[in-house]
Design a protein around this ligand. Sequence first.
Ligand code: FMN
Length: 604
Amino acid sequence: MQLPAPLEAKFNELVKRYPRRRSALVPMLLFAQDQFGHISDALIGEIARRLDLNTLQVTETLVYYSMLRRKPAGKHHVQVCTNVACMLRGANRIYELVQRKLGIGHQQTTKDGMFSLEEVECIGACTGAPAMQINYDYYENLTPVKVDELIDDLDVGRRTEASPYTAGALHERHPAEVPVTSRRWGIQNSRTLEVYRKHEGYQALQKALRQMTPDQVIEEVKKSNLRGRGGAGFPAGVKWSFVPKDSPKPKYILCNADESEPGTCKDRPLMEFDPHQLIEGIVIAGRAVNAHLGYIYIRGEYRYVMDILDGAIAEAYTAGLLGKNILGSGFDFELYTHTGAGSYECGEESALMESLEGKRGYPRIRPPFPAVVGLYGCPTVINNVETLSSVPSIILKGGEWYANLGSPKNGGTRLFCVSGHVRRPGIYELPLGFNLKRMIEEVAGGIPNGKKLKAVIPGGSSCPLLSAEEADLPMDFDSLAKAGSMLGSGGVVVIDEDTCMVDLARRIMHFYAHESCGWCIPCREGTHWLRRMLDRFHDGGGRAEDIPLVGELAKNMLGRTFCPLGDAAALPTISIAKKWRREFEQHLKGRCPYKPAESLVGTL
Ligand SMILES: Cc1cc2nc3c(=O)[nH]c(=O)nc-3n(C[C@H](O)[C@H](O)[C@H](O)COP(=O)(O)O)c2cc1C
């Protein structure tokens, strides 16, 4: 099959990035789709031939990823997010409007081929909610009027500019903020090497390579009490120290930029505004564990962010900050981006590695843990974008300095993405241990329209919800665990008194049912049973005996799956069924007594 020259060049470059060719499969499929609009049989055959696979291997992989299509989409592929943060700010109304305006529904295309439509899961724009993507462009803070105009403009070829940057990230700093990883946001051209260098850029790498041994680097990170920002909060330095020093195998650094946890959208601006900080953190991690190759696994929807990262990586190579003999130290490190193609499960570390190996994102059984048996069966450190972006400051200013910014055993600051019913949704960098009530009321401006707080999702939709009475607590890993919830990935979703908690539970379960990879039966079946039961309840068909059953079913999923996605689906559901039981009872009388949310944008 003859390919257009740019795609041919891209394919040739992609296969060189990996020790095993199959790893190029998902990126090749996505880039091919970008060129041809969908993945035809001929393309499958061509890609299989190039990767020494059979067509079945390619097909079974591609059908796993929600962004990959076997049929053409419209010229403008409209993807409306209706996940929790967007839903709370009127996304369902936006979605209805788009359907009416285009005269099509989910996964349909207009007759003239101009538009296709999809209701999608969280796209990482929670603080700019309600939001949608058209092709790869983001449109945030939507109102019905804006959407109406946008579609008209696209229809007649009068293009409206997409949001130029992560809408929820750049705001006036609140005095309580302590900017560390976000300190260069808002500086002009912050993503360039020149500006990064003017603001202490690559000094930490210089220090790690010239003045410190790998063990000293690990010790410094241990001292900082930096805990993983991807969700589980495992101490980063301890994780690095698990990598066996005497292993003859190659070692890898993986940066988890899959950012798909609903409510979470902070890795996007970290990469968008300060890609060199992340690159520097990754190279330092490589130096600490003697790894010489790394990948940034980035969710497919973040295409423009990947382009920014690729640009920064190219700059770093040219300046001798990546590649052979970095800064004349004798240390070599190669770094590449790797695109996902639509799968929340691929953010789970073992599924991410499967995906990077060119397969379906199914989780692996553990132990062994990635630090010992990871990518291609070799020792691998996998850390979140924010975790790795914190490393340069720690090395430069010292672990103790960083630890002292936070609370005991919870070092430093973190980026809290405050979304939902607040006056000033945004990404705020606050010390760990900052009070949640203050975060909502003072930092994010409180709840609009004189409403009262009903509930908070404290760290992304996988966390048990807190009631208003429970929200007066320090936001650190240990305090949240003590309160029966989790700090998770920093996605703080604020919910006001008018919100229907059954509807919220229903929407959350739709997400997990959609994203369950299907590998483990309790998760695959449990999420769908619960989704159907919650739908029925919300639509007025609930039965009294279903109320305890919701909690029971969810409890039966806990701890019974290879990866924590089953727990992630169960935990918020259990908390809602227990704490807001009364709302389930209200639904027994008929249809939902609460009004669906309107767009809040421009009304505050
Ligand atoms: C279903 C599921 C999805 C996850 N998604 C992400 C993600 O998008 N980004 C991320 O950094 N961690 C995610 N994690 C956590 C990772 O498995 C892993 O703990 C993390 O990358 C480790 O990095 P850290 O120690 O720096 O947090 C997810 C976990 C699960 C169970």
